[in-house]
Design a protein. Structure first.
Length: 480
């Protein structure tokens, strides 16, 4: 017995989680990439401004001859205006000596760690562009050694930018982006939850309907809404339920009919055995003969039921290209061997059809057996095949005509039902499954069975089978 596993995470949650993961990953990649690009752009601009400062300092040093390092540094600090997040400083002999006269964004004169680092790095006399990370964050600095003629002192011009301050607008924009992204993800979650619920509603209805449907009730159907793939699935399931309902109702009717049909011979045999006088040999022989006859009838009935079930499952139908002329002549030769009846082949179709020759022969024989059983003695029975065109489609017709008492119009539909026998003028022999088997075989070939009959005229049973447009070689050929 299959065991239904508990659902821990619904499909709706999985779909929503996948949507949010993809959306979040996309936003993170987009936002992170934009932040890194802007950060690199800001750092590049800082370096460019520092290099411009070095160029400006060289220009100041060459415009005028300064007698002292202090004078050169003072002139440079006065003429080079620092940016908002920039600080400048003049160092003489390793100590802070010249500072701006106004407040700057980054005061450097008290940053001993930076001054000590600049002194070390400029000791060789080269320009230094570096980054210093201290208690007040990261500083991108430029250190340019300076000298003046006749002055033995050594000086260094220092300009430094606060990286944190330069990147602050970008950081704020990124924080805003994070808030907007979070709001967007929330909106996506809400919309996705709603949309996923709408799309999966037919599946939930399908699940609930499947739970409610039992072996005794297949009437409920799933409502169809929309024109998407889920709606197509709903239509397919409804069609499956229709087929199951038809199958179930057919099985119920078959079981009811079988029970009814088997009840009579069982009752007869039981009643005869209960009244049997075992001391009377003649009565024993009579009841033995009767019981065997009833058991044979039950055996034929079970065989017909098995055949009917096999054809209904299509397991006994093997479709193959078949020469209709050869099939018709073979059936006629076999029927001609039945004594006491004038069998006539009236018409033969020259065509190739896709069908199961064995099953079609069986259905054709069943119709011929009915005609032989119910036809008027001394009158012929005609069979034939022909190709006709109906609304542009070609059909193959295989027919049997008897000149018997005929069938009343009100009984035309009833005789095709299982265990249904037409008593008036047609007799009561047979299991009542013959025409039902014929109908099932023809339906397995996507065809139909037609009956043309009237009392005192006779009956014509026709097997009408679809025929492809290129199958027919000739319409039909009449035989004298």
């Amino acid at each position: 017995m299959s065991r239904r596993h508990p659902v821990t995470v619904s499909v709706r949650v999985r779909i929503l989680a996948a949507m949010l993961v993809v959306a979040a990953a996309g936003m993170a990649i987009a936002g992170g990439s934009a932040f890194l690009v802007q950060r690199e752009r800001v750092l590049s601009q800082v370096d460019q401004r520092l290099n411009d400062t070095a160029t400006r300092l060289r220009s100041i040093a060459t415009e005028k001859q300064y007698s002292s390092v202090r004078g050169l540094l003072t002139a440079a600090i006065q003429q080079i205006t620092p940016d908002t997040n920039e600080g400048i400083l003049g160092i003489i002999d390793g100590k802070s000596a010249v500072v701006p006269g106004s407040v700057v964004g980054v005061p450097l004169e008290k940053d001993r760690a930076l001054i000590s680092r600049v002194n070390r790095e400029t000791r060789a006399g080269g320009v230094v562009l570096g980054t210093d990370v201290g208690s007040r964050g990261a500083l991108r600095y430029l250190a340019v050694p300076v000298r003046a003629g006749g002055d033995s002192a050594t000086g260094v011009y220092v300009a430094a930018y606060s990286i944190d301050a330069e990147l602050w607008p970008i950081a704020q924009a990124f924080r805003t982006f994070l808030l907007v992204a979070a709001a967007a993800l929330l909106a996506v979650a809400m919309v996705g939850w709603f949309v996923a619920g709408r799309l999966l509603r037919p599946l939930r209805v399908l699940r609930d309907t499947a739970r409610r449907i039992t072996g005794s009730d297949l009437l409920e159907r799933i409502p169809v809404a929309g024109v998407d793939d889920v709606s197509e699935l709903t239509l397919t399931v409804n069609e499956m339920l229709d087929r199951l309902q038809v199958s179930l109702e057919g099985q119920r009717r078959l079981l009811d009919d079988v029970g009814h049909e088997l009840k009579t011979p069982i009752t007869i045999v039981r009643g005869q055995l209960e009244l049997l006088d075992v001391e009377d040999p003649q009565q024993v022989a009579q009841i033995r003969t009767l019981a065997i006859d009833e058991l044979d009838r039950m055996n034929r009935l079970v065989a017909d039921i098995s055949l009917l079930a096999s054809v209904q499952r299509h397991s006994g139908v093997t479709i193959e290209p078949t020469d209709v002329r050869g099939l018709t002549e073979t059936v006629f030769r076999k029927l001609s061997a039945i004594p006491g009846r004038d069998w006539r082949l009236v018409e033969t179709a020259d065509a190739v059809a896709d069908l199961d020759p064995g099953r079609i022969t069986q259905a054709w024989f069943q119709l011929a057996a009915n005609a032989n059983r119910h036809g008027t003695p001394g009158l012929p029975i005609e069979i034939g095949s022909r190709v006709i065109t109906d609304l542009g489609d070609e059909c193959l017709e295989l027919w049997v005509t008897d000149f018997g008492p005929g069938i009343a119009p009100e009984a035309h539909e009833l005789i095709f039902e299982r265990f249904r026998r037409e008593a008036e003028g047609r007799g009561e022999s047979g299991s009542g499954l013959g025409l039902a088997i014929v109908t099932t075989i023809v339906h397995a070939h996507r065809g139909e069975v037609r009956l043309d009959s009237a009392p005192a005229i006779g009956s014509t049973f026709t097997l009408s089978l679809p025929l492809g447009p290129a199958r027919a070689n000739e319409a039909s050929e009449h035989h004298a």
